[in-house]
Design a protein around this ligand. Structure first.
Ligand code: AMP
Length: 273
């Protein structure tokens, strides 16, 4: 596995390769969710590139940029063992100057839910993803459905900017008890972790009710809210695949999204139907 810190050097090296490139952008502290993205990339492409970059542009003031888990050695080892060919590990200075051109999230889809709770977050995400795509020039890039709105906006950016890359969506990987894996789960105490499980339970319960024929989003939300009563729920949203709010569930065209705080930790999860 080759490790690069310099974007231009990596760009030149990858540009010279004739093979297909599967790319997995991450912020590190790698877990089984990330490894599943890497495995899918490994299956589809000749060369696998992983980036690890805790992108300051997507953190708001007061968020966990400083304390975000950084595990360089363990991450390197995981990448090596997962058959990654290139690991890109840039410094902030290599990625950003002082006065930069910026990508702006779309007005509607970019400003609801996470965009509303974390204004500017998606501008930072889209900007860094565009930079990374231009450095790596991947054939395919892999993103988790766990971050459903991020995935939708990256798909939209690829379309709107006519990017030459296939965006591949990967199912959310969960612990055996249902908790969606996240680098931020390390912040949770044992008690908080048990509390956090209520997010997955609420989704599961809604899934069961929908399987029994319940279609009314307001009723489903009330039941979910009840299960998560001890959490600070930021939103429970029922959207269609176009990311428009819906009152009635349409099987095959509905995504249920949750953001909630457990102690100081903000967690998101979703379920697609
Ligand atoms: P992050 O390092 O949190 O920025 O995540 C990097 C990529 O891994 C993103 O595309 C995430 O959606 C994806 N990812 C994170 N957690 C999971 C998970 N539990 N299952 C599947 N993909 C995930």
């Amino acid at each position: 596995m080759k490790v690069f810190r310099d974007p231009i050097a990596l760009q030149q090296e990858l540009r010279a390769l004739p093979e297909s490139i599967g790319f997995v952008p991450t912020m590190g502290a790698l877990h089984l969710g990330h490894r599943t993205l890497i495995d899918e990339a490994r299956r589809d492409s000749d060369i696998v590139v992983v980036s690890i970059f805790v992108n300051p542009a997507q953190f708001l003031a007061g968020e966990d940029l400083q304390s975000y888990p950084r595990k360089e050695e363990a991450d390197r080892r995981i990448c090596e063992l997962s058959g990654v060919d290139y690991l890109f590990y840039p410094d902030v200075e290599a990625m950003y100057g002082s006065d930069e051109v910026w990508v702006s999230a779309p007005d509607v889809r970019g400003f609801i839910l996470e965009g509303y709770s974390r204004p500017g977050h998606f501008d930072g995400v889209l900007t860094v993803v565009l930079k990374l795509f231009n450095i790596v020039a991947p054939t395919r890039a892999y993103f988790g459905k766990k971050d459903a709105q991020q995935l939708a906006l990256i798909e939209q950016m690829a379309e709107n900017f006519f990017l030459h890359v296939d965006i591949v969506a990967v199912d959310t990987v969960r612990d055996s008890d249902g908790l969606a894996l996240s680098s931020r789960n390390v912040y949770l105490s044992d008690v908080e972790r048990r509390e956090a499980l209520k997010i997955a339970s609420a989704l599961k319960h809604a899934g069961k009710m929908m399987a029994q024929g319940v279609r009314d989003a307001t009723r489903l939300k009330q039941e979910m809210q009840h299960i998560m009563a001890s959490l600070e729920v930021e939103y429970i949203a029922f959207l269609n695949r176009e990311f428009h709010h819906i009152d009635q569930v349409e099987i095959g065209n509905t995504i249920v999204l949750i953001a909630a705080r457990v102690g100081d930790t903000r967690l998101i999860d979703n379920m697609q139907l």
